[in-house]
Design a protein around this ligand. Structure first.
Ligand SMILES: [Zn+2]
Length: 78
């Protein structure tokens, strides 16, 4: 019989070969590679989303600044 370890992430037992020790706030826990990969993937996706969002925000701020500069220039020309 294959040795299994309780996965704190999935709350089920997996074969020990699929398990990795994972450092959590409460200490070391056994966690399966599948759940670790899934969470790092979603972290990467979150990061990509955050980067995209801050790029949009920066672009918007730049546009606003440009617009107010143009208004100022028009006001001065008047
Ligand atoms: Zn698991």
């Amino acid at each position: 019989m294959t040795e299994t370890v309780f996965c704190y992430s999935c709350r089920v037992h997996h074969p020990k070969a699929e398990m990795r020790l994972f450092l959590t706030r409460r200490g070391l826990r056994w966690r399966c590679v599948h759940s670790i990969l899934a969470s790092t993937r979603s972290t990467a996706e979150r990061d990509a989303f955050g980067q995209r969002q801050s790029l949009i925000n920066r672009e918007e701020a730049r546009r606003q600044a440009q617009y107010s500069r143009r208004l100022q220039a028009l006001a001065l020309a008047d």
